[in-house]
Design a binder for this molecule. Structure first.
Ligand code: CMX
Length: 458
């Protein structure tokens, strides 16, 4: 089938039967031990969540339905641009996450068109709320408010209130809400950016004939087409490169397994049958935390500051000295290390490849040069320092500085673009949660006395 919903309809009976079979035969099979350490240590490593579309391997990094980023680059449809292969579309990866299948060009184009059609306009009441927000309100607060306000038009919410749908049909209306929500993100993002940079006046126009990432760029006023209303100084190649950077960034940040804060929160809130707008708005609140979505901005600050203090971004000795100074004052090197990964983050490699493919564009940018040099120097220093389990760069060490290079200077805003991308994984899971009829989440908590009692018994 050429449209996503019918493709899902075809998949559902087999997948439901599969889960039923597992539940019937293996209900009591033990998977993991829960230790006192994990109860008081953020539940690290507890294998206790069902998450279908992505998995994170310490060595190979993120896989989308089993496909690495490189395989996605090779296999997933992009837009065709006079025979030149562009970065794959996030719409393609959304199809892959939802179905487990690589879409054809036609399927990806159809989904792209469907999102553009659904996303033409924000609801009037959301526009009003966004217009009334203080223009200097934190961009992630604006995003969470905008999304939560759209629950007024939740189809699932309406049907549920009417009492007109049974449990087996919930997924269909959740799916409608999910596509409407993802489709609305370019408009909402553009509105937030115009609030913080242009007193709420539009910076660009939505183009129904273009893809999702293009529309994010045009609504930021960051293309050189007529769809952007400001005087962005991009030449043709920069404009096209920025749109491809947006496709790359939003394509590879879609999901990182289910246990991270934004994904897990969306899933948890959705398990109470809160609609996708409320569930993802909650996920966004978590993404706004400095230990989760804000790391990219820390890296940008770090690079700019280091460049102020060293004589050249190519001076290895001074860079090493700066890194040691940071570590010796008990600070972390932002953009390095990872809770799960034990190799360079393949998302970082994809970003670096983007830079390497455009030497003329980036060779004169001292921050990008420093970012590249750091990826060689920092692992040696961190290894010698001897603490971090993973001395290699993670995705955040490159992503923010590339946006900065093209003129996105509002560091707090980067996470809103992260939020656009991250909608795709957790909301895909929300659809599957309802397809599978998963129950409300309710782990058991223990107080200190109960924990002490368990400790005494051993
Ligand atoms: N610089 C200096 N020290 C570091 C470090 C870094 N980049 N990364 C880890 N360490 C230290 C830790 O602080 C810890 O020290 P203590 O024992 O004194 O507490 C020690 O090494 C062991 O930590 P770890 O097990 O290797 O790492 P964690 O799982 O505890 O933390 C992370 C992971 C990402 C929070 C950590 O590496 C870090 O703070 N990195 C810098 C911030 C950053 O880049 N965050 C983006 C994460 C991207 C993502 O989540 O996708």
């Amino acid at each position: 089938s050429l449209d996503l919903k019918s493709t899902m309809v075809n998949l559902i009976p087999k997948r439901r039967a599969e889960l039923l079979e597992i539940r019937k035969n293996y209900q009591n099979l033990k998977v993991d031990d829960i230790t006192i350490g994990s109860i008081i240590g953020g539940m690290r490593g507890n294998r206790s969540l069902l998450w279908q579309s992505t998995s994170l391997d310490p060595e190979t990094g993120i896989k989308f339905q089993g496909y690495t980023i490189q395989e996605c680059q090779d296999l997933l449809p992009s837009v065709s641009n006079k025979g030149k292969k562009e970065n794959f579309l996030p719409e393609s990866i959304l199809w892959l996450l939802m179905t487990g299948e690589i879409p054809t060009q036609q399927q990806a184009d159809n989904l792209s068109k469907e999102l553009a059609t659904r996303g033409t306009k924000l609801p009037e009441y959301t526009i009003k709320i966004m217009n009334d927000l203080p223009k200097n309100m934190h961009p992630m607060t604006q995003l969470a408010i905008g999304l939560a306000s759209m629950n007024k038009s939740s189809i699932f919410g309406e049907k549920y209130q009417e009492g007109s749908i049974g449990k087996n049909d919930f997924w269909e209306y959740i799916f409608e809400d999910v596509l409407n929500l993802i489709a609305a993100l370019p408009q909402l993002t553009g509105k937030i950016y115009s609030n913080i940079t242009n007193n709420g006046e539009p910076l660009g126009k939505f183009n129904e004939n273009k893809d999702w990432s293009y529309n994010i760029c045009s609504l930021l006023g960051m293309t050189n087409s007529n769809d952007s209303l400001n005087t962005c100084n991009f030449n043709d190649s920069q404009s096209n490169d920025f749109i491809n950077l947006m496709r790359l960034y939003t394509g590879i940040h879609v999901d990182h397994e289910g246990g991270n804060v934004s994904a897990h929160t969306t899933h948890l809130v959705g398990s109470a049958l809160s609609d996708p707008y409320l569930s993802y708005s909650s996920g966004i609140m978590g993404l706004a935390g400095p230990l989760h979505g804000l790391a990219a901005q820390e890296v940008v600050r770090f690079l700019i500051q280091m460049n102020k203090e060293i004589s050249s971004p190519n001076n290895e000795a001074e860079i090493e000295e700066y890194l040691w100074k940071t570590l010796n004052s008990n600070k972390v090197i932002p953009g390095y290390g990872h809770a799960v990964l034990r190799r360079p983050d393949p998302r970082f490699t994809a970003m670096l490849d983007f830079v390497k493919a455009r030497p003329t564009e980036f060779s004169n940018d001292p921050n990008v040069t420093l970012m590249k040099n750091l990826s060689d120097i920092t692992p040696k220093v961190l290894l010698e320092h001897g603490k971090t389990k993973n001395p290699f760069p993670n995705v955040d060490s490159a992503s923010g500085i590339l946006f900065y290079h093209y003129g996105l200077k509002e560091l707090l805003f980067f996470t809103v673009i992260f939020g656009c991308s991250r909608s795709m994984g957790p909301l895909t899971q929300l659809v599957w949660d309802r397809i599978y009829g998963l129950p409300i989440e309710r782990p058991k908590s223990l107080d200190i006395q109960q924990i002490k009692n368990i400790c005494k018994k051993t």
